[in-house]
Design a protein around this ligand. Structure first.
Ligand SMILES: [Zn+2]
Length: 106
């Protein structure tokens, strides 16, 4: 098993995980339960791991594709600010990953 990508937060890790699995690469997310509770934990503990080492190079290519797609979607959606906790969120998220509030109507 090899570490593939350090996510900014658990939501990103799970988006990547879903993308990998939909392309036939088996992967897991580790560290997501550490990012929720205690406030100011370092952001680099939520990682996506590839289970089969022979999938690693393909998985890296899929991650590059994922972020090209994400970059396109970021341009299509404005960032928004959580009304509950003030977190800055990217437009593809419909709920705050920090506190779970849904995005307010504009
Ligand atoms: Zn929030």
């Amino acid at each position: 098993m090899k570490p593939l990508h350090t996510a900014r937060h658990a939501a990103e890790a799970h988006l990547i995980l879903g993308y990998l699995e939909s392309n036939g690469v088996q992967a897991i997310v580790r560290g997501e339960f550490l990012t929720g509770g205690i406030g100011e934990l370092p952001a680099d503990i939520c990682k996506v791991w590839v289970i089969d080492d022979t999938d690693v190079s393909r998985a890296h290519e899929l991650v590059r594709q994922f972020f090209r797609g994400e970059a396109a979607s970021i341009h299509a959606h404005e960032h928004w600010c959580c009304t509950q906790c003030g977190e800055q969120l990217e437009g593809q998220f419909t709920a705050c990953w920090n506190c779970g509030s849904t995005r307010p109507d504009r």
